[in-house]
Design a protein around this ligand. Structure first.
Ligand SMILES: Nc1ncnc2c1ncn2[C@@H]1O[C@H](COP(=O)(O)OP(=O)(O)OP(=O)(O)O)[C@@H](O)[C@H]1O
Length: 257
């Protein structure tokens, strides 16, 4: 992360409200994401978690408030494309890989395209790009699968490829929607390790329902309820909060019993 100090927020939400024809899915939300942090957002169905990611990436618009990114950009005034360009990338739950292309080709497509001026520059660029893709393949553990069609990968591998495609944009903030949905136990663990690894250089904000996963990998947990921030802290802190237990975690425990 460039010039940002650890204590500075990469994303600062001030009194954000998202209004769907009179229904406020998010109400007056003050919230911060710090750099180099694995930050989970949890809460009951309808709490506003997805809407929070939507408003950050520009898919939904805030009716009030300010969302400041890297101390500079007010996301509420920007387009979805503009937001990606400034450094926020989101991996949606729906698949977005190109199944008929190879793993390598998918990463190539996802790379930030830079225009080159001369043949020499272009050749160098190609070499740099190859190195970048190789590093990424290594990070997600798919080096050996690089020439396979993306469609032939296992579910977990497809998800990691998607995460890698998001990372090719070189974002400072990555948004993930339930990244371990449908994964095996081993795949979940690998995903957790991957997230820990990528948060060394950027912030990762994750909506998640699997509390075992959150417990294992969270630096910070934000609990949302009815469009508002109910509690924020370490998993241990939010877990021991009576209000959180009442509206969410307690209920989950009962449901499991
Ligand atoms: N486009 C929309 N139009 C109207 N209401 C919406 C819209 N999107 C979301 N809502 C409502 O806003 C509230 C918050 O929805 P959201 O999807 O953000 O919740 P969530 O916390 O992500 O829930 P879940 O855990 O079930 O995914 C819900 O009551 C939902 O019905």
């Amino acid at each position: 992360m460039s010039k940002m100090s650890k204590s500075q927020a990469v994303l600062q939400s001030e009194k954000i409200t998202v209004d769907f024809s009179g229904f406020k899915a998010i109400k007056n939300l003050d919230f911060q994401v710090k750099p180099n942090t694995v930050h989970f957002v949890i809460g009951p169905n309808g709490a506003g978690k997805t809407t929070l990611l939507d408003v950050i990436c520009g898919k939904s618009k805030a009716s009030e408030g300010k969302l400041t990114f890297k101390n500079k950009y007010d996301l509420t005034k920007m387009t979805e494309y503009g937001i990606v360009h400034k450094g926020i990338s989101r991996k949606f739950q729906a698949p977005s890989i190109f199944s008929k292309l190879t793993v390598f080709e998918n990463l190539e497509i996802a790379m930030k395209q830079k225009k080159s001026l001369s043949g020499i520059l272009f050749a160098k660029l190609k070499k740099d790009n190859k190195k970048k893709i190789d590093d990424m393949l290594n990070l997600i553990g798919l080096s050996e699968e690089q020439d396979k069609k993306a469609g032939s990968l296992a579910h977990g591998q497809k998800q990691w490829l998607e995460i890698a495609m998001v990372l090719m944009q070189e974002p400072d903030l990555v948004l993930l929607d339930e990244p371990i949905a449908g994964m095996t136990k081993t795949e979940r663990m690998k995903t957790g390790e991957l997230i820990t690894q990528i948060a060394k250089d950027r912030a990762v904000l994750i909506v998640e329902h699997d509390m075992d996963f959150v417990k294992e990998y969270a630096d910070v947990v934000t609990v949302m309820h009815e469009g508002q921030l109910l509690r924020e802290g370490s998993m241990e802190e939010v877990q021991n909060d009576p209000q959180v237990r009442q509206v969410y975690l307690g209920r989950k425990v009962e449901a499991h019993a």
